[in-house]
Ligand binder design. Sequence first.
Ligand code: ARG
Length: 459
Amino acid sequence: ATTKLWGGRFTAEPSEYVQKFGASIEFDQLLAEEDIQGSLAHVQMLGDQGIIAKDEMSSIQTGLKQLQVQLEQGDLTFSIDNEDIHLNLEKALTDLIGPVAGKLHTARSRNDQVALDMHLYLRNRLNELLPLVQDLQKTLVQKAETNVETIMPGYTHLQHAQPISYAHYLLAYYNMFQRDYERLTFNLQHTDISPIGAAALAGTTFPIDRQQTADLLDFKALYHNSLDAVSDRDFILEFLSNAAILMMHLSRMCEELVLWSSQEFNYIELSDTYSTGSSIMPQKKNPDMAELIRGKTGRVYGDLLGLLTVMKGLPLAYNKDLQEDKEGMFDTVNTLMMSLKVMKGMVETLTVKKEQMKHATVHDFSNATELADYLAKKGIPFRQAHEIVGATVLKCIQQGKFLKDITLSEYQAISPLIEADVFTALDPVTAVKTRDSLGGTGFDEIRKELAQAKADLQL
Ligand code: ARG
């Protein structure tokens, strides 16, 4: 036998670098709290079922609670010699209470133990992440409230398309984050399933009560197939894909923050507290935080692709490859939490340059659709109106002016149907205000959307 907890059938120790390669303790120590919590429930069930004696149960529970205290106080030390968090904690428990600690692992395997830890861990983190998504949504709604009548160019192909309200823009992201919120909520459902009691892969001959353990840990459901319970990580993959989609939303918004804070756009100014300077160029104020969220989106995509690739060829049930499920998940949890917090603060503190936004809609052709619609409402087929306005825009470009600069008599030469009210129609404020089709940028539509959002967020 060797010194390992599983060393009975071994005659030689692995070399130091093989141990280091196989060990996960450097990262899975993040599961310590959940691992102890899981053990407490398991041992309670073992005692209640008479699988171990009540006094054995009590001394193991006392030991585990001591470990909890040590963990909280930062007094627990882990070692690569004990491979992973499960064996490290079992070793620490043995040091505390002696050989009776060995009864804790009755009717349990590290395979269902680690699956349990991951479920508990992700469930806890999802419960922390969901309010962070809502915090960002609240900030978007609050920003939108003061900007219903803030007019800016709306883009397609990054070319001025039609004027919109800045609030409408903000609420677009509010809606995207709402679906992210719903996806994560559903994710919680698949994370809230207990695998403990599946044992190594096939269940156990001990008279365990899986329902009791699941209840003690407050799980809504339990896995009904032991092979499934220990070998799938789809709840983590769901999380990583939900996170990837959420980061994609953040990243698109960040791209706009970066563009719009440039001299070329000049629509917003980020707060100094969310910007950084240059070590050489004294004038610089860089949108680093927005760029970083955009950049970190790449690593979250990587975490998703990484685990999908780890899993794609794994025969049932447990394989050591599954140890690779952890770092990516931890990394994504951390990245997502920080990105959501930074994004919220960045949006909250940014200055909206209403005049510049408006200015951009007065010095462009984003009211061309208004003119075409104006003619169409007078009875000219829209296709023909489109043609007329296209030619008018071309003429304006050649003469260095905009549609609002054409005189009424010039307009009447273009079409006798055009009257003085055309100038009201060409005004970007009119263009936005009157786009009141359901879900459009019209002020009244936005106010309805805002009221709904505030009710949903209980603001
Ligand atoms: N550290 C391992 C992991 O993270 C725990 C499970 C080990 N099970 C085993 N049969 N080697 O996957």
